[in-house]
Design a protein around this ligand. Structure first.
Ligand code: ME8
Length: 512
């Protein structure tokens, strides 16, 4: 069997509720996973939660419950929001899963046995919310250089991973595999960071008890980042089921936010090299979203829950907006006005109205039964060609995770369909009984274009793809059809009955 296409999101800390930032990565990974399934490939899509560490222990304490109880309570917010956003993950990993803990212990033991782990004294700063160690020289005005919050002095005997020993190999790998860290700006950042010299990484904590005990020294627990990174291999049974592991690893892509690049593009590959495991094919770091121009933060009270937006716009409009509006890889700014504008222009008008118009015409002129096509004219050829172009272009864009460009290509096709509907003017043809054959062809082509639309939007807007498919009268699921074969023109079976159904995206009042 072919190796599965393996895509991951970061595993999110259970302390924060999921918000539009965490959902951004997850929705993008979902669209990618669904696109590969649409192409008939086997896919493994992983997300989950990061549950150990000092800040989780402290939050639990503040709330008067054990860390595990706290994690159990918080994790339901994640599973619930992913269900609502129609996230099709194949597994949900929790770092408190006994299997994960077993794999993490096997892994660290292996590195210890190979001599890549040693005991030393750590003295430096620690940012608890970010769970990151910092050297005095790295602090910015005495605060965490990452998040600007207070840091704490840590002085304890820790185990260290010989990260420095892998610097040359890492540089070599990144240089000879330009696709390994993307986008290029992140790749350059990683290269210059490694060139400055890598310090060995503390990978255990002595004064913390909420974590995975080290197998070779039960008085210490694994550093939460070492533990967390291992989720990518524990979920697929590294060291437990070799055949399963080899059928999925290496990851095709780890989607992450740019702030956790170093862990994924330096520490993680070095850990894998130390364990003699193949490296992921790519680490792709996307940008950060702001809200109405500001960084999201609990203290500002501007954190947006996906639930609120889904209540307001619906799940597919949510997914569409975030993938269409922002260029994956770069920072972006969320605004409600902008989302409403896109909803009305792109979804209510270009997509929703077009589907309704086309199906209403088949109902009106042919009692809902789609006629067979006749002789092709130039305008029909142009429509068919724009469909082919969209299918090819979407594939090229998805190859490089350019979700917004893929959607742009689909919307170019929708513009062609709308043009075709206007130019062929079925309503005029319907008045002339001599042009009945031509009307058949026009109606058929319009429906065929709607069929392709359903397939193309499916990874981005699964419920919409399914909803259009149903309106097209198919009994078998859209998920049984795969690209590129299903994109061939004239596959719609003449005689099948379609129905207009309810509007897909009712217009929104802009004055909200
Ligand atoms: O870092 N814009 O978890 P985390 C875009 N547990 N993406 C955002 C975002 C924003 N404003 N805010 C968060 C951790 N994200 C670790 C990861 S992985 C082995 C361990 C997304 O809960 C983005 O993907 O802080 C970012 O990398 C992630 O959430 C951080 O989630």
């Amino acid at each position: 069997m072919d190796k599965l296409y393996y895509v991951t999101t970061p595993i999110y800390y259970v302390n924060d509720l999921p918000h539009i930032g965490t959902a951004y990565t997850t929705v993008a990974a979902d669209a990618l996973a669904r696109y590969h399934r649409l192409k008939g490939e086997g896919v493994y899509f992983l997300t989950g939660t990061d549950e150990h560490g000092q800040h989780v222990a402290r939050a639990a304490e503040r709330n008067g419950v054990s860390p595990k109880e706290w994690a159990d309570r918080m994790v339901t917010h994640f599973t619930e929001v992913w269900r609502r956003l129609n996230i099709s993950n194949d597994f949900f990993i929790r770092t408190t899963d006994p299997r994960h803990m077993e794999v993490a212990r096997n892994f660290i033991q292996l590195l210890y046995d190979k001599g890549d782990i040693y005991l030393d004294t750590y003295e430096g700063w620690y940012c608890v919310p970010d769970e990151s160690f910092w050297l005095p020289s790295q602090l910015v005005e005495g605060k965490c250089p990452q998040c600007g919050r207070e840091v704490e002095m840590v002085q304890e005997e820790n185990y260290f991973f010989r990260l420095s020993a892998y610097a040359d190999r890492l540089l070599e790998h990144i240089s000879s595999h330009p696709e390994f860290v993307q986008p290029d700006i992140r790749r350059n950042e990683v290269i210059s960071f490694i060139r400055q010299g890598l310090a060995d990484q503390s990978i255990s904590r002595k004064t913390i008890s909420w974590g995975i005990p080290l197998p070779f020294d039960e008085s210490q627990v694994m550093y939460v980042w070492f533990d967390a990174l291992l989720n990518y291999v524990s979920a697929i049974d590294y060291s437990l089921d070799e055949a399963r592991f080899r059928g999925i690893w290496p990851a095709d892509v780890h989607f992450i936010g740019k702030e956790i690049l170093r862990f994924h593009a330096i520490v993680w590959p070095a850990m894998l090299m130390a364990a003699d495991l193949p490296l992921p094919r790519q680490v792709f770091a996307h940008g950060w979203l702001t809200v109405e121009g500001e960084k999201m933060s609990k203290s500002k009270g501007n954190v947006i829950s996906p639930h609120d937006l889904v209540d307001e716009y619906g799940v597919d409009a949510y997914r569409y907006y975030f993938l269409r509006e922002f260029s994956f890889g770069y920072d972006g700014n969320f605004s409600r006005e902008n989302m409403t504008g896109r909803y009305n222009a792109d979804l209510a008008n270009s997509l929703g109205n077009m589907v309704s118009r086309v199906l209403a015409m088949v109902e009106r002129y042919r009692g809902g039964e789609v006629p067979g096509p006749g002789v092709e004219e130039a305008v029909d050829t142009a429509l068919r060609e724009s469909a082919d172009l969209a299918v090819a272009e979407v594939d090229r864009c998805m190859e490089r995770f350019a979700f917004n460009e893929a959607l742009q290509a689909i919307w170019n096709f929708l513009a062609s369909i709308n043009r075709y509907v206007d130019e062929t003017a079925a309503w005029d043809l319907a008045k002339d009984p001599d042009r009945s054959d031509r009307l058949d062809t026009v109606l058929y082509n319009q429906v065929e274009a709607v069929r392709l639309t359903a397939l193309l939007v499916l990874p981005f807007m699964p419920a919409t793809g399914e909803g259009i498919w149903e309106r097209l009268g198919y009994r078998r699921s859209i998920h049984e059809h795969h690209l590129p074969a299903a994109a061939a023109w004239e596959l719609f079976p003449p005689g099948q009955k379609v129905s207009k159904g309810a509007p897909l995206f009712p217009r929104k009042d802009a004055a909200r």
